[in-house]
Design a protein around this ligand. Structure first.
Ligand SMILES: NC(=O)c1ccc[n+]([C@@H]2O[C@H](COP(=O)([O-])OP(=O)(O)OC[C@H]3O[C@@H](n4cnc5c(N)ncnc54)[C@H](OP(=O)(O)O)[C@@H]3O)[C@@H](O)[C@H]2O)c1
Length: 322
């Protein structure tokens, strides 16, 4: 497995230079070392969640351009259809379809998975990209805290439900879209739904992303030898509707430094498509390079906490089936 380079490890651990790498300048700096892409996704089917906006839309466009059949997952029919037309127009590839699901609701995640298994005889790539960062604590109609449901339980459940098809279609890939905010959070397993203490949206989001990193590592271990690789990525700081709506202060301050959605989504498409990206699993990427997963001691969680996280998610998923 490719490990983070010495330089990346050091930069990640020095918080300020590490964060500077999240800007468009970080992207431009790292891009200098890339060779021209000459890979193809012809004959591959990719599912992209959160494909109606920002990074998901951009990744879907890039993957369609590479020749993939792309299935966009969105929750709003009009926005979804607009995204589908945008991807077709931007890629020249008409093999783009739309599936509707509110991913905050596990009943809809289950229904989505059943429809995908029915409509897509082959699934080669799943991109778990959809996420929210609400300022206030709120619960879904199923009674789950929104951030936990959308950012963690939903990708967990969708991945588990699609795994048999991904294995059957191996070589295949899972790409989990995380965030540098994960670096600031430890693994929280006792209060997954943030029921205790004053709710902090950024913290709830960072906890969910940290947990999704742990899942990425667990899946990578379990799937070793199966032909399915699972990697996570951080897009850097990109100018998307999500950042503008959820972090208005940060957005105003940082706007001149933000990456374009295409720059932020580049590593999503690269992890989904590049032959060399299939050689690693369980890693965390920024700008096509693996990076450390922790910069603060203790944030990866103990073996016991990691096992408890998995058991808790399994229990939530089981409850959602009844
Ligand atoms: N942009 C950045 O700088 C940045 C930095 C770090 C990490 N990220 C990560 O990158 C990913 C994409 O973020 P973005 O910046 O592109 O945000 P965005 O513009 O808000 O896009 C988020 C997407 O998720 C979808 N979504 C949210 N809740 C959903 C639900 N309940 N059901 C179905 N779809 C749902 C949204 O659908 P609607 O269009 O219907 O709202 C939208 O398509 C996220 O995982 C985010 O955590 C982004």
């Amino acid at each position: 497995m490719t490990s983070p380079s010495m330089t990346n490890s050091l930069m990640d651990r020095l918080i300020l230079p590490g964060a500077a790498g999240f800007t468009r300048f970080g992207y431009a700096w790292r891009k200098r070392g890339w060779t021209a892409d000459n890979f193809s996704m012809e004959g591959r089917t990719v599912i992209v969640t959160g494909a109606t906006s920002g990074l998901g839309l951009s990744a879907a466009r890039s993957l369609a351009k590479l020749g993939a059949r792309v299935v966009l997952v969105g929750r709003n029919p009009e926005k979804g259809e607009r995204a589908r037309q945008d991807v077709i127009a931007g890629s020249g590839n008409e093999d783009v379809s739309l599936q509707l699901a509110d991913l905050g609701l596990m009943s809809e995640v289950r229904d989505l998975a059943a429809r995908l298994l029915e409509s897509e005889k082959a699934i080669h790539v799943l991109v778990n990209n959809a996420a929210v960062l609400p300022a206030e604590r709120s619960e879904t109609d199923e009674g789950l805290e929104h951030t936990f449901a959308t950012d963690l339980l939903s990708p967990y459940l969708l991945t588990e439900l699609l795994l048999p098809r991904l294995k059957a279609c191996a070589p295949s890939r899972i790409v989990n879209v995380l965030s540098g905010g994960m670096y600031l959070s430890g693994l929280e397993v006792d209060d997954l739904e943030y029921e205790n203490g004053d709710f902090d949206g950024s913290r709830a989001y960072a906890r969910a992303k940290r947990a999704l990193m742990v899942l990425t590592e667990q899946w990578a271990e379990e799937l070793e030898g199966s032909g399915v690789v699972v990697n996570a990525m951080h897009p850097g700081w990109a100018d998307t509707p999500g950042v503008e709506d959820s972090l208005p202060g940060f957005y105003r301050l940082m706007r001149p430094l933000l990456r374009s959605p295409e720059q932020g989504a580049d590593t999503i498409a690269w992890l989904a498509a590049a032959p060399s990206a299939a050689e690693t699993s369980g890693r965390f990427y920024l700008d096509r390079e693996p990076h450390v997963t922790t910069v603060l001691p203790g944030t990866a969680g103990t073996a016991r906490q990691r096992a408890r996280l998995r058991a808790a998610l399994e229990a939530y998923a089981d409850r959602s089936a009844t």
